[in-house]
Design a protein around this ligand. Sequence first.
Ligand code: FAD
Length: 693
Amino acid sequence: AGLDNLDFAVLCALALAVVAYFGKDTLKAMFTSDDSLTSVTSTSRDIVEVAKENGKNYLVLYGSQTGTGEDYAKKFAKELITKFQLKVMCVDVEKYDFENLSQLSPNVPISFFISTYGEGDFPDGAVALEEFLRGVEAGSLSNLKYTLFGLGNSTYEFYNGASKKAEEYLKESGANLIGSFGLADDGAGTTDEDYLSWKDATLDALKDVLSLDEHEEKFEPAYKYEELEQFYDESVSHGEPTTAYLPDNVVKGPFTHNQPFLSPIVKSKELFKNTDRNCIHAEFSLEGSNLKYTTGDHLGLLPSNSDEHVKQFLTTFNLKPDVVFDLISTDATIQPPFPVPTSIGAAVRHYLEITGPVSRAVFGQLIEFAPNEEVKAKLSVLAKDKDEFAKQITSKQFNFTDAVLYLSEGKPWSTVPWNFLLETLPHMQPRYYSISSSSTSEPNAVHVTAVVENQPNPAQEGKKITGVATNLLRNVQLVQNKVDVAEIEKNEKENKSSTPSLPVHYDLNGPRNLYKDFKLPIHIRHSQFRLPSNPSTPVIMIGPGTGVAPFRGFIRERVAYKENHKDDAEQLGKHILFYGSRNHDDYLYSEEWPEYSKKLDESFELVVAHSRLGDSKKKTYVQDLLIERRDDIFKMIKDGAFIYVCGDAKGMAQGVHRSLVQIISEGNKVSEEDASEIIKMMKTNGKYQEDVW
Ligand code: FAD
């Protein structure tokens, strides 16, 4: 509430005075609060002790929010093992304590993989590591040799903020960096290539500094792989999200990222009209889960692959879906990546990411399993040549199966061992959605608004590039609302439509029928995206497309506030929402807004930009409308408004930022640079919040 009252004039004066006096970095430092950090004290999790007990001579440690950092850490660890035969321990920093790190043998280097989340923050699981590194005495880690790779997105203000902080702390501690500090930029779409160039240089540097012998690279399984005779008894996973869902176990929660809740979708509908694009509104019930959320949080949804992609994958690698297998860790520090024993079919459907762009690194690893010399030669070229790989594979939007079939000219690859595939391909990750309901008006339901990822692929006629989770939601919506899919498909065939409107289908019943009646595994991820606690504070919301999702939640929250405080309601501040769609067909929740306006009177205003309406050549975007309303916006900011931006991180969020810089610079009669500084300070103070992806 204190922040709500922080005067804009005071903020501006402060921002400018501090910039003038100390420079920009000090400004940032002054407004960064670390009060929320928590420390882990248990001594049974001592990283030094565990490494020693397990005879490890190299540590790869990752702090990962969505699984990408983990994935690269594991790839790197694998390469250290195969190339240098090191005894590597690759673990999540969340699971260990670092207090005794100064006692780690100087012969045990560490490679850190740190992702950035939110406003330059460490991932949730790495907060304790951050606290340790920040507090470490200067010079006390001078024995430590390390490498560091950061994963971030340059479209965010605090690009790679967490890894940059880690680098600063490690330098301060006297630790010795081997090679150079690597940065991956998801905003430029270059994460994989950034990793590969950093990795090649780092392995060379490690070889030199540690005098390592290089061995021929060969796949070394991390688990002992065993095919089992037993077929689908109680202990065999059919693709359940965790072993807690196996028949003998009772799942009572708590439901988290690691233990998702099987939530029934109680209602779903198509939000777009008369268009070949789709956007699904889905309502997940939290009844009986004990899960709580706050308006502005995210829903995590763990999807599974479509029938078509599973079939294509199994056929390409000549795999038998009913084969049941077990993975036995040869090392106490490694756990199987998903519940085992399970069947190949279940693992491909539920546990592996088999679509999505291909990593060039995997091509290098595939060489030893190429089906013939000709394919081996092609793989060798593509694994080394970044430009050729981009031209032949990435630009054609091939997924892994498409890519290998392209190389073998459609012939199956029976030569690739299944345990290589399961250890090399990324594992299925949850997708996140900004919750579009209000925890006050619907505490037991979570609404999401998901646009379906479904585009024709120019490289493969008649085929579409499909997103895993959003097409699953669309299938649920069609079946739940008893839409006659067969009829649609029959018409399409008769009309010889070149790209089917429903390109993929799913097993909606799930493992052991657990997902029957439209259930899906979900969890809640708490965010910082929050309405001001004082309802009289003015609010500016900017959310075109599905970026409107959390603002539907915000407005429902204000409606509920008004209804619940009939006699003692504070006067609501002005709430203005800038929304954009192409035209009327994809105008989300168009029938709901007038209802909200009626209930909130003049305290709610919706301003709509259509970018492709009728024949008009003029495209209007939310950032244009902000400029049109510059006087009102500047007045609201001066009156202490909170600004929220949600949706596309690349074009929109940057365009909006530019418009706001212009408005503040003109209104305050300061340079654009100073206006940017003011916005930066508003961000650090929570008065300018972004929920962008
Ligand atoms: P994926 O399977 O993850 O694919 C991602 C994209 O890659 C798709 O566009 C797909 O078509 C494309 N693709 C697939 N294969 C290839 C290939 N071989 N080559 C090139 N491209 C390929 N989305 C919303 O709709 N609404 C929201 O409210 C929302 N909120 C979000 C909030 C946060 C914090 C974040 C991080 C994301 C949010 N998203 C939201 C995005 C959402 O999480 C998903 O990324 C999105 O729905 C796509 O998921 P998917 O599984 O359908 O696609």
